[in-house]
Design a protein around this ligand. Structure first.
Ligand code: ACM
Length: 487
C-alpha cells in the first residue's frame, strides 16, 4: 500500500492506488440537493455529468458522521448513513484535491467523538462578521463540528436583543481596553465595540449548517455580566450605581442580583437567543462567579435563607438551575462550565470541564455529559512556546505536541479548543493561535487508534500548504514571525 496523501484528521482507513481522477469542465455531481451544492461550491465544478456520486445508505457502522469514499477511474463514489457523513466526505475530497486531480483512494472513516468544538470569544474583541464565516469554513475543513460562540462578557455584549436594545447600544461598546498584560493594570482610551444583529447571526447559522457546523451560543451568567449591568443597572447589586462596560481583562466583581425580575430578564434574552440558534445545546456560563456582592446584599441573603443555601456561592447554582430549567421547558439543553460541579449541575446539563484534566475526570465520574476542555491541553489562547517572539498571551506554554498528546476519556461527548480573545484583537492573531494546534485537536477528537506524533508531523507538512492556499495566518512551527500586534 502507498503512503499518503495526508488527511487531517487521519481517517480510520485509507488505501491509495496509483492514478488520478481528473476533474474537468463537464464533471458533475449527483447527491441530495444541499450536498450537491456543497460539492459544486467546494470543488468548483459546474458540469452536468454524474462522475461524483454521493448517496445515503443504510449502514449502522458509519453512524451519523461516518462515510465511505472511493475515487477510481469512473469517478467518485461516496456513501454515508446520514447527511453529516456526506458533508465530511466533501471535506476529505477538498483536502485530497490537488488542483484538478483527485488521487485514487478508498477511505472508510468515522469519528471517535461526536463533539469536536472550538470556542471563539467575540466578547473581548468583536471580530468582524466575515471572519466568523471564514472561521466556520476552517472548522469544517478539519471536521470540527461545533463553534462555541462566547457572545457576552464583562467587556462587551455582542448579541442583539430586540426586547432590551441597550444590551448592544450600551453593552456593546467600551471606552478603552487593557494595554500590555492585564497584570500590569494599564488601560488605554481607545473605544472598541460592535455587535451582531440577529439577522446576521441567523445567516451565519445557515452557512455553518450547510458545512456541518453547529453553533452553540453562550450567554455567560450570573458572573461575567458587567456589560449587561452597565446597560441595565437594575440587573446589578447596586441598582443606583452606573458601571462602565469593563475595560480591563480579568473577572469583574459585579454580578447579577438574584431578584425574580433579573431571572426573568435573562430568560427573555435566552428566548431570543434560542430563536436564532437552533442547536440543542445553549451555554449559560456559570464560571468564575465572585460572591462578594451577594455576601453583603440583603436580597441575596434572603434568597439564601429561603432556598436553604449555606453559602453565597451557592446562589450561582441557583441561577444556573433556573436558566437551565427554562431552556429545558423549550426543549433545549443547558451547557455549563465545571464550577457548577460544586454548586449543582442543572438536570440534563452538559458540563464543560475547563479547570484541568482532574475536573474532566470528576465530571465524568459524576455521570454527566462532558465536553473535555481542560486548560492545560485545550486553551489555544495560551502561548505556544516561551520564545521572546511569541505574541503577548494570557499565559502558557501549550505547544502543538502537547495538544496532540491529549487523551480524553472515551466516555466524554468530545473535546473543544478555547480561544479566549483578550490577547487576540485581530483575526490574524486568532488564526496564529488556532493553527495548527486546532488541527491537532481535531485529530484528538476524530481519529481512533494509536496517536503517532511523527506521522502527524509528516502529514502536517503536507497540510500546511493547504492552509497557505487559504491564506491562514498559522504559526509555521516556529519558523516565522507572528503577525504584528497592537497590544
Ligand atoms: C473559563 O476559562 N473561565 C471558562
Amino acid at each position: 500500500m502507498r503512503r499518503g496523501p495526508s488527511i487531517i484528521p487521519r481517517p480510520e482507513t485509507m488505501e491509495v492506488r496509483d492514478g488520478h481522477f481528473v476533474i474537468g469542465a463537464d464533471t458533475g455531481v449527483s447527491a441530495p440537493p444541499d450536498i450537491a451544492d456543497l460539492v459544486r461550491e467546494t470543488l468548483a465544478i459546474a458540469g452536468s455529468g454524474n462522475e461524483i456520486r454521493l448517496s445515503l445508505v443504510n449502514d449502522v457502522h458509519l453512524g451519523t458522521e461516518g462515510y465511505r469514499l472511493r475515487v477510481a477511474e469512473d469517478g467518485v463514489e461516496v456513501q454515508a448513513a446520514a447527511l453529516p457523513g456526506l458533508r465530511w466526505a466533501v471535506q476529505t475530497l477538498r483536502q485530497l484535491a490537488e488542483s484538478n486531480r483527485l488521487p485514487y483512494v478508498e477511505v472508510v472513516d468515522r469519528p471517535r467523538h461526536g463533539w469536536r468544538g472550538s470556542l471563539l470569544d467575540v466578547a473581548r474583541w468583536c471580530h468582524p462578521l466575515p471572519f466568523l464565516y471564514r472561521y466556520v469554513d476552517l472548522l469544517a475543513f478539519h471536521k470540527l463540528n461545533t463553534l462555541h460562540l462566547h457572545l457576552t462578557d464583562d467587556q462587551g455584549w455582542r448579541f442583539e436583543v430586540h426586547r432590551y436594545p441597550r444590551l448592544t447600544e450600551v453593552g456593546g461598546f467600551r471606552d478603552g481596553s487593557s494595554v500590555g498584560h492585564a497584570s500590569e493594570g494599564r488601560t488605554d482610551h481607545v473605544p472598541h465595540g460592535g455587535f451582531y444583529t440577529q439577522r446576521e447571526l441567523r445567516d451565519l447559522v445557515a452557512y455553518a449548517a450547510h458545512r456541518g457546523v453547529r453553533i452553540m451560543p453562550e450567554v455567560d451568567a450570573p458572573g461575567h455580566m458587567q456589560a449587561a449591568i452597565a446597560a441595565y443597572p437594575r440587573l446589578g447589586n447596586a441598582p443606583n450605581e452606573t458601571l462602565p462596560v469593563r475595560r480591563q481583562w480579568g473577572i469583574s466583581q459585579h454580578v447579577l442580583n438574584v431578584a425574580d425580575e433579573t431571572v426573568a430578564f435573562v430568560r427573555d434574552v435566552l428566548d431570543e437567543l434560542t430563536d436564532v440558534f437552533p442547536f440543542e445545546h445553549v451555554h449559560i456560563g456559570g464560571d468564575e462567579v465572585p460572591s462578594d456582592e451577594w455576601s453583603v446584599n440583603s436580597v441575596a441573603r434572603q434568597r439564601m435563607s429561603a432556598e436553604n443555601l449555606t453559602s453565597p456561592g451557592q446562589l450561582s447554582g441557583w441561577w444556573s438551575a433556573r436558566l437551565a430549567a427554562h431552556l429545558a421547558e423549550h426543549g433545549r439543553r443547558a451547557a455549563v462550565w465545571d464550577e457548577l460541579l460544586e454548586f449543582g449541575i442543572p438536570d440534563g446539563a452538559s458540563v464543560f470541564a475547563w479547570q484541568g484534566v482532574d475536573r474532566v475526570d470528576l465530571a465524568v465520574r459524576g455521570g454527566h455529559q462532558v465536553v473535555a476542555a481542560p486548560y492545560e491541553y485545550t486553551y489555544l489562547d495560551w502561548a505556544e512556546s516561551d520564545s521572546p517572539d511569541e505574541p503577548l498571551a494570557i499565559g502558557g506554554v501549550l505547544p502543538l505536541s502537547k495538544v496532540y498528546s491529549y487523551q480524553p476519556p472515551e466516555s466524554v461527548l468530545g473535546v473543544q479548543g478555547q480561544l479566549w480573545s483578550e490577547y487576540l484583537p485581530t483575526p490574524k492573531l486568532v488564526e496564529w493561535r488556532a493553527f495548527p494546534r486546532l488541527a491537532a485537536l481535531a485529530e484528538v477528537g476524530w481519529s481512533r487508534g494509536e496517536r503517532d506524533p511523527a506521522d502527524f508531523h509528516r502529514r502536517l507538512g503536507e497540510h500546511l500548504p493547504r492552509l497557505d492556499q487559504l491564506n491562514v495566518a498559522y504559526n509555521p512551527l516556529g519558523k516565522a514571525s507572528p503577525p504584528t500586534r497592537r497590544l
